[in-house]
Design a binder for this molecule. Structure first.
Ligand code: NAP
Length: 484
């Protein structure tokens, strides 16, 4: 199968925070891979900007090192890296100051797509937006890309939206949630709305429940102090898991267009019921031999921040009435595995003998590792001995189904940056979506604080606190195993 790479229009892309961790680990390696695939045109220009004193040559060296470390070495060997670096430049700019802006402006050309990536802390978003206008770098066609975290709560998210809206129209603002850039997440929409098979069953009448799990094996490590101010609810649920929930639960949009899709996602968030306190389990990982506990990692022996969360949610509308959606995410769990499982109800009547066994259809959408989908179907166990039923997977691993092209598929950051250049906001969060998500999570967090709730400890390498197992057990259900 031959993949079609359609080059994007020539662009000037400024990356504020160009010397930072995210730029070096994700953004530049991603751009390099898009360059290798032929998606960037000869005129494309990428300009890193930060306070560090550096010239183009020094910055190119830094980026070359980053790409060698994070970007996939194959193409580096044949001169492609050098060719890519010719597109890379650097300007010393302080987001809070006035120096460097005229020089940065001098790097920009007219007639090209112009985008500004704010790969810096959110406290700088307002200052950057203001200076881009004051110094005449941005116009009504320019785009700005902002990173998570988009706010710490509803009030701070509103303030960020307001600061950006003073200088840019909503159609110019691209709020990144890299989960939305994942191939499988988009495939979820293709499967739901491109086939006649699933959508008629995609409702409370046929779906027993849905599980969304994002499990990590790493702890908070060196980010402990930062993480301790947010926790799993703010760091993972409010953005990534809620976005997945929206895509799973939303009504079919009229068109695959940014506002049509985002309107439907917003309706889901607004239809979410407030979560009852006993429908949430929070956890903190314990020490493991010499490996530190969460509290040690966080540098606070009395921290009440959660590194794990499991919760039962209800989307209160006709489609989903009575069908719970369970969310679970945590650090230092059994395996690094993210998946969405749609668990269908039993067939209404079994014609088979009791001892034949009974299986439910489960559609599993794997986000990592090995992106793909699997549909469990019931068949007859082969061989003699009467009718015994067996659950077998119809497995579509993208790597196998699509062959070598699957490996070349852009990762989430690459895809999203190319979408910015194309001017396609479908996979970016709109301001009102982000605010609605905070409006739903804020009361939950405030409730914990008011009740002085302390997370339950859990073993490293486990599936989280036992109480999270009980959350489903009480409903006569079971979490799927966390396995890579
Ligand atoms: P970082 O490593 O601390 O880098 C911050 C960057 O901002 C550096 O390039 C720094 O360079 C620049 N900077 C700081 N103050 C500045 C100022 N006043 N004017 C101009 N540039 C300034 O942070 P990061 O990990 O790259 O994260 C950047 C943003 O992305 C954060 O909001 C973070 O939450 C978010 N994010 C990061 C990741 C990740 O994996 N790292 C993932 C998701 C989201 P100078 O010091 O030279 O100015």
């Amino acid at each position: 199968m031959v993949s079609r790479v359609i080059p994007v229009d020539p662009f000037d892309l400024v990356i504020f925070g160009g010397t930072g961790d995210l730029a070096r680990r994700k953004i530049f390696p991603g751009l390099f891979r898009r360059f290798c695939s032929g998606q960037m045109q000869e005129e494309a220009r990428i300009i890193g900007a930060a306070r560090s004193e550096m010239d183009d040559a020094g910055f190119r060296e830094m980026i070359a090192d980053a790409i060698r470390e994070f970007g996939g070495g194959r193409a580096c060997e044949d001169g492609t890296l050098e060719a890519f670096l010719n597109h890379v430049f650097y300007e010393q700019v302080d987001a809070m100051g006035t120096g460097g802006w005229e020089a940065l402006k001098g790097r920009l050309r007219s007639g090209y797509v112009r985008a500004f990536y704010f790969s810096v802390g959110p406290s700088l978003f307002g200052a950057l937006a203001e200076r881009l206008r004051t110094f005449g770098l941005a116009d009504d066609e320019s785009r700005v890309v902002v990173e998570k975290p988009f706010g710490h709560d509803l009030a701070t998210a509103r303030a960020l939206n307001k600061a950006l809206a003073e200088h840019f129209d909503e159609t110019q603002i691209y709020r990144i949630d890299h989960y939305l850039g994942k191939e499988t997440v988009q495939n979820l929409m293709a499967v739901r709305f491109g086939n006649v098979l699933f959508e008629p069953l995609w409702n409370a009448q046929y779906v027993d429940h849905i599980q969304i799990t994002v499990a990590e094996t790493v702890g908070v490590g060196g980010r402990g102090e930062y993480y301790d101010k947010s926790g799993a609810m703010r760091d993972m649920v409010q953005n990534h898991l809620m976005q997945l929930l929206c895509l799973i639960a939303m009504e079919p949009p009229a068109r695959f267009e940014p506002d049509a899709v985002r309107d439907e996602k917003l309706k889901v968030i607004r239809a979410l019921e407030p979560v009852k306190p006993h429908h949430i389990v929070r956890g903190q990982y314990d020490a493991d031999g010499d490996a530190p506990s969460y509290r040690e990692d966080a540098g606070d022996t009395r921290s009440t921040t959660e590194s794990f969360i499991a919760m039962k949610c209800h989307v209160s509308n006709w489609r989903w009435a009575g069908t719970p959606i369970y969310l679970r995410t945590g650090k230092k769990l059994r395996a690094r595995a993210s998946e969405i499982a749609v668990v269908f109800k039993d067939a209404p009547h079994s014609i088979f003998p009791e001892d034949a066994g009974r299986h439910r259809n489960i559609l599993t959408i794997r986000l990592q590792p090995n992106e793909g989908m699997e549909l469990g179907v019931t068949i007859k166990e082969p061989g003699p001995g009467g009718m015994r039923l067996l659950d077998v997977p119809l497995d579509m691993s993208f790597a196998e189904a699509l062959g070598p092209d699957a490996e070349e598929a852009p990762d989430a950051y690459e895809r999203l940056i190319m979408d910015v250049i194309r001017g396609n906001q479908t996979l970016f969060m709109r301001g009102d979506e982000v605010e609605a998500a905070w409006a739903w999570t804020d009361p939950i967090i405030e409730g914990w604080q008011a009740r002085g709730e302390v997370p339950k400890p859990y073993d490293v390498g486990s599936s989280g606190p036992d109480d999270s197992l009980m959350l489903l057990h009480r409903d006569g259900r079971k979490w799927r195993d966390i396995r890579a």
